[in-house]
Write a protein of this length. Sequence first.
Length: 280
Amino acid sequence: MTTTPRSSYYSAGEHPHPEYELKRLREQALVFWPKELRNLQQLGLRPDMDVLDAGSGPGFIAEQLLENVPEGTVTGLELDAGLFAQSRSYLAAYEGRRLNLVQGSITDAPLPDARFDLALARLVLQHIAEPAQALSELGRVLRPGGRLVVADADDALWGSIHPGIPALVEVMELRRRHQAQRGGNRYVGRAVPAMMRAAGFTDITVEAIAVTSDELGMDALAGQLDVRARTALMVKEGVISEELVARTEGEVGDFLADPASSFMLLMFLYSGTKPAGEPR
């Protein structure tokens, strides 16, 4: 009998090429951040806030948050031991008065009630089997009137590639199934607003953020098409064939070499407010 992993994301030591995955995560964080920050500020992010980065991974977003709450604090919450250790190393210069790194689960956080003004769960709900429980837990640690922001994807509206890469369509479907088998859901985005309402949040909003090669240059997004690194575990587990990976790599290479190619990625920001009348 098998059990569902606590997260569908790679556990410590599981990814065959962790250095490539860290590079991809950093590029992904930085390419979205300018527009993401603008939206967070419109949703109420202020320089003096106490902010929770829930599912903080290797610490790339926590670093950006620290720079934008110079009078506040940032707490990074991460379950995976490997990513937690990576964040401790990466953010060593910051840890102390304004940064607190905590190892623990987003569904059962070792954090006090009503501690934060804003909680950000970025690309984490798609990896857990109990996203509704995570939203309830984030509500617990927010102060009354505090804001929750969920940044995540819905693969039905993930972006666009022109001209198309036929083999990549098959790879992406296999990735969705693989993540679902591990307890995740790459279509979680569409369910977030209803789960927020069920968790007691009000003033729910949805915004889309698009980043494109036409705006930023193809080099800024090319790492997200690194099929070899993103399917390495699937090859190891027999979920995808080496032949399909090699064929997709070839098609991606042709796409990247074509100066007329265009690539767009979408991420959605779902936000809600913890009612001010709730007790601390």
